[in-house]
Design a protein around this ligand. Structure first.
Ligand SMILES: Nc1ncnc2c1ncn2[C@@H]1O[C@H](COP(=O)(O)OP(=O)(O)OP(=O)(O)O)[C@@H](O)[C@H]1O
Ligand SMILES: [Mg+2]
Length: 253
């Protein structure tokens, strides 16, 4: 099972996969001590994780960006790849489901739908009614970013094109280095990576804390990923123990 905090969770905090009764009891006891309600979900055998960003106006007019692959480690999103590295039917189904979710929610503005591709199904994992980490790539990788279309939607102005500006875009999150150093120390090296767009959020650096992201648009997924990882590593992001440039993103854990 997966136990989840009903409120306040993010970036894998508040998500506890448990493999047996004792472990589940432990999580429940600790949650009870903190007055925390829990959700219980089956542990899904995930083939790949996806996300679809929708921007919707009050009258129901909506646009969506292509489905993206997200790769998480320990519940934290490390990398986003655009378009998603999944069969066409999976991406189409993800887009269809996300549009339905936005309609049911009567969303106004940007809405992200996180999905699992599991077995022969596409399932909703989580909904974020706002611009989302899985859509940051759109700043450079799309004609109109998630932020701009969010504003257009809530101001009831025409929504902008969500067409891609490049065949492939990769966005890699920047995490605090083990020594607690600032990512800006690595800026000269990161910015010497061709095509790297560096976004630092100005947060206090702490080991493992999400501090920014790097986006690269390129002709191939491999080139985009290789460059984005090189820049993110230059900014202090600890290695994640996989050859990012060689392996396509697979499901979660
Ligand atoms: N039922 C499940 N089965 C298998 N893996 C799961 C399940 N639920 C969550 N996960 C894994 O944990 C990750 C984080 O879970 P989830 O998105 O629900 O929580 P979160 O911490 O609130 O994330 P976010 O920061 O995106 O809001 C998922 O992306 C997925 O990799
Ligand atoms: Mg999530």
């Amino acid at each position: 099972l997966v136990l989840k905090a009903a409120r306040g969770g993010y970036d894998g905090r508040g998500v506890w996969p448990v493999s047996g009764r004792d472990e589940a009891h432990d999580v429940c006891r600790r949650a009870e001590e903190r007055g925390l309600a829990l959700l219980v979900e089956p542990l899904i055998d995930i083939r790949a994780e996806l996300a679809v960003m929708v921007a919707r106006q009050a009258d129901g007019t909506a646009v969506h960006w292509p489905a993206v692959s997200t790769w998480q480690l320990d519940g934290v999103c490390r990398e986003v790849l655009v378009p998603a590295a999944v069969p066409a039917w999976v991406a189409e189904e993800a887009v269809r489901v996300a549009g339905t979710v936005a309609d049911i929610a009567r969303a106004v503005g940007a809405l992200a739908v996180e999905l699992f591709w599991a077995e022969d199904r596409v399932m909703v994992n989580e909904i974020a009614a706002r611009p989302h980490n899985s859509g940051h790539w759109s700043i450079e990788g799309s004609v109109t970013s998630q932020f701009e279309n969010h504003l257009r939607a809530v101001l009831d102005l025409p929504l902008g094109s969500t067409a891609l500006t490049a065949p492939h875009t990769a966005s890699v999150n920047v995490f605090g280095a083990q020594d607690g150093g600032s990512p800006s120390a690595g800026l000269p090296r990161a910015l010497s990576v061709e095509g790297a767009h560096v976004h630092l959020y100005g947060k206090e650096p702490r080991p493992g804390r999400k501090l920014g992201h790097v986006t690269v648009c390129a002709g191939s997924a491999q080139d985009a990923r290789q460059a984005a990882w090189a820049a993110a590593r230059a900014l202090g992001t600890p290695p994640v123990g996989r050859d990012a440039a060689d392996s396509p993103p697979r499901g979660g854990r």
